[in-house]
Write a protein that binds this ligand. Structure first.
Ligand code: MEV
Length: 317
């Protein structure tokens, strides 16, 4: 969206992976939903001289941005090359309500919003394929071996069933249930978690591939159970997925404590979501009262934030 002749903005949303994180990197199916409560916005404004950036991590020249912004620096660079524009004479301002490094796709979302803002600023059309291609270059920097799921989810509007390398398949969230999202308040470590599974795959290929394949089967079963509106079944599948992700070394104590607290408070199932080793977990509740009881219990365990998402209704509170 171009707001004035010398300014343009680009936006993206957060995402929640319901099932299949990590396994999706190895070609297994995954299920994810956009999370519109958490959004990010990049504004590009005309200025003179080298590119500057203002965001929570850095205020100053883009060329002196800290390493944690390497994916952003890269996405600006590849976008400008694709646009055949020089790297100067504008500033970037990024505002976000997506908690950073919590498995909600903040790294992909910042790249999506920034590519959109740059294309808007230079008045060039941007296809969804081009957008994903540019964002995935920066996701390699952020994640090492990205499946492409985060880029697709943070740039789209519908729940997606996704197998790496295949077209995204939108699916309907016809599940009469509530999803509670709890933030451990601790940064997730997607890159380390992805590479630790890669190491396991080398040291113990047979068992690790079986576990990864099992995660994919659980995602497939969950899709069917969602379509048949069977929340109890979905909850069981989520719990099994959490146990497998824990076995693969991508959970941690904080996540496990929140998952246990949610189950004790009556959740139908609970699991980590996203990269793991910190970040967020999700729990399934069969009605709003049950969801609030889970929220209370997560708060007592010290969650930094919680969200309640009405899956069937698609609304976020
Ligand atoms: C991170 O949000 C999801 C992972 O499956 C990595 C990826 O899909 O690129 C852990």
């Amino acid at each position: 969206m171009q707001t004035a002749h010398n300014q343009a903005i680009g936006e993206a949303t957060g995402k929640i992976i319901l099932m299949g994180e990590h396994a999706v990197v190895y070609g297994e199916p995954s299920l994810a939903i956009p999370f519109p409560k958490a959004t990010i916005q990049t504004t590009v404004t005309q200025s003179k001289g080298p590119i500057t950036i203002e965001c929570i991590y850095h205020s100053g020249l883009l060329s002196t941005a800290p390493d944690r912004l390497a994916n952003l620096v890269t996405v600006v660079d590849v976008s400008l090359k694709a646009l055949r524009q020089e790297a100067k004479d504008f500033s970037l301002h990024i505002t976000s309500s997506i908690p950073a490094e919590r498995g909600m796709g903040s790294s992909a979302a910042v790249a999506v919003a920034t590519v959109r803002a740059l294309y808007n600023y230079f008045n060039e059309p941007l296809s969804h394929e081009q957008l994903l291609e540019l964002v995935n270059v920066s996701e390699v920097i952020a994640h090492g071996n990205p499946s492409g799921l985060d880029a697709a989810m943070t740039s789209g509007e519908s729940p997606l069933y996704y197998i790496k390398g295949q077209p995204f398949i939108p699916f309907s969230l016809s599940l009469d249930a509530y999803l509670v999202v709890g933030d451990t308040g601790v940064k997730g470590q997607t890159r380390d978690a992805v590479s630790s599974i890669a190491t396991l795959m080398e040291s113990n290929p047979e068992e690790t591939s079986q576990d990864i394949h099992h995660l994919g089967e659980l995602a497939d079963k969950a899709k069917i159970a969602i379509e048949k509106n069977q929340p109890v079944e979905v909850g069981k599948l989520m719990h099994q997925a959490h146990l497998l992700l824990t076995k693969l070394g991508v959970s941690n104590n904080q996540l496990n404590h929140l998952v246990d607290a949610a189950l004790e408070a009556g959740a139908l199932g609970a699991k980590l979501t996203g990269g793991g080793r910190g970040g967020c977990m999700v729990a399934l509740a069969d009605n709003e009262v049950a969801a609030q009881e889970i929220v209370q219990s997560l708060n007592e365990m010290g969650t930094s934030s919680t969200w309640v998402y009405h899956l069937g209704g698609g609304s976020v509170e």
